[in-house]
Design a binder for this molecule. Structure first.
Ligand code: CA
Length: 471
């Protein structure tokens, strides 16, 4: 590969006798939102939600306008992000419903995470928030490369700490209501969950300020249940009462937490030695949490852009330009190779990573694009997609009046039809055939998914959104 990493550029400068010190290894901060709508940040054009701290990443860094995740759903998306491999390559293709008492479902143990790789390179590794890569002990984050963790292993969580419970009379507690855990042990916490996670993320940065570190700040906001404090609700009182208002309050809380994290980074003088990425694990689920994916069609759980294209912001002060947008497609799968390059680690071929180091692209050092094609599959739902250049072939069932789709794959030109309304497959059969062939060739390399959609959990997940308004 002709792409030069930041590391190799630094080495080249040294070899040329330039008066530069050996580049220190940069820190890696991944801030992940959960079920955030594509439009629901100020920098993404939201008309009603204000997110000055998250927007600062776009102002001081780069906003990727075609930023993708590798799945339209929480757990597989995280499996892709943290391994740097499409989760379809190892069968981790769909969520499981609720808790998993079988203990079978989780990130396959033969896969290595970004935390595994960076820990091996001498980084201090930490995570806060939502894991959702397996409930059983063998899948625990502390066994997947993380030195530290404050959070929960399930797929979601309630937000008011005084509702958290320990098992009574041996009766299991739904993952949504458990006490948080630190280092595998339950820990009592106080206040609103998003605040707790933001404070812990900031504390991790300060504790480890002298060492290279990797922090995976995986907020569950603004995933359901819709719960916000009265203070947050007051700050979005311009929005009529209802799900959208509570959701906006939760995004406001997330922005506060990001502000706490970025403030700590600045206070510790780490802004120029830390690459910060902000993204969502999948698109907004619209009615479920009041999110908005405009101008995209579709939502969480589907292969239209609204399911897989997410806000994607990258800041590295002093290294990447400020206030720019970057339009070629990039992927959450790129975060692993990018992180490895920052750590000075050359990925081995048998790691079979799918992404590329984004820094040379975002820094404008190459006019190549990161990807010839990006692929998605969720076999249990018979949905898939491939994007090459501006063209996308997508298999997605129609939901009349809601999402465009059809019984056969649809060819879309995203440059002229971002909302995926116009199927060009009949008019341009050769183009459709080319993308179909590319998809088929990729799909032929995939194993069967490890699990399907069967429901075997004890899910006591809150089906209705609790509307408590606490101070
Ligand atoms: Ca999600």
């Amino acid at each position: 590969m002709a792409i030069r990493t930041w590391w190799s550029l630094a080495a080249a400068s040294l070899a040329a006798g330039a008066a530069v010190a050996a580049a220190p290894r940069a820190n890696v901060l991944v801030i992940l939102a959960d079920d955030l709508g594509y439009q629901d940040l100020g920098c993404q054009g939201s008309p009603d939600i204000r997110t000055p701290h998250i927007d600062s990443l776009a102002k001081n860094g780069i906003r990727c306008t075609s930023g993708y995740v590798s799945s339209c759903m929480c757990s597989p998306s995280r499996a892709g992000l943290l391994t740097g491999r499409s989760q379809s390559r190892f069968g981790h293709e769909i969520n499981w419903e609720g808790d998993d008492p079988t203990g079978r479902k989780g990130l396959p143990l033969d896969q290595r995470t970004m935390a595994d790789r960076l820990k091996a390179a001498g980084y201090r590794t930490g995570m806060v928030g939502k894991w959702h890569l397996g409930d059983a002990p063998q899948f625990h984050p502390l066994k997947r490369g993380f030195d530290e963790m404050l959070g929960f292993v399930g797929g979601g969580h309630c937000y008011f700490c005084d509702e958290y419970r320990t098992p009574v009379d041996g009766k299991p507690v739904s993952g949504y209501y458990t006490l948080l855990e630190r280092g595998g042990k339950p820990e009592k916490t106080e206040g609103y969950l998003t605040d707790v996670l933001g404070r812990e993320a900031a504390a991790f940065i300060h504790r480890n300020r002298a060492a290279p570190w990797f922090l995976y700040a995986a907020f569950n906001a603004p995933h359901t249940p819709l719960q916000a404090t009265s203070n947050l609700l007051e700050r979005v009182r311009h929005i009529p009462e209802g799900d959208r208002r509570t959701y906006a309050a939760m995004v406001t809380g997330l922005d506060d937490a990001v502000g706490a994290i970025l403030g700590q980074l600045q206070a510790d003088g780490l802004e120029e030695s830390t690459l910060v990425v902000f993204l969502s694990d999948n698109g907004g689920p619209l009615e479920r949490n009041g999110s908005c994916n405009a101008p995209l069609s579709g939502e969480k759980g589907g292969m239209l852009e609204g399911g897989i294209r997410v806000p994607f912001l990258v800041q590295w002060k002093g290294r990447l330009p400020a206030g720019r947008t970057y339009d070629p497609p990039v992927s959450s799968l790129d975060l692993m190779p990018t992180a490895l390059a920052l750590a000075g680690v050359e990925p081995a071929a048998d790691w079979k990573l799918d992404g590329v180091n984004l820094v040379p692209f975002l820094a404008g050092e190459t006019q190549d694009v990161p990807h010839d094609a990006l692929f998605w599959r969720m076999k249990a739902r018979s949905i898939w997609a491939v994007r090459k250049g501006d063209e996308k072939l997508v298999m997605q069932r129609e939901r009349p009046g809601k999402h465009p789709g059809g019984p056969t794959p649809r060819l879309i030109n995203l440059a002229t039809d971002l909302a995926e309304r116009n199927d060009l497959a009949a008019a341009q059969p050769a183009r459709a055939k080319d993308l179909q062939a590319a998809y088929d060739a990729w799909e032929a390399t995939l194993p069967e998914p490890l699990w399907g959609v069967e429901r075997d959990g004890t899910s006591a997940r809150p089906r209705r959104n609790a509307k408590e308004k606490k101070p």
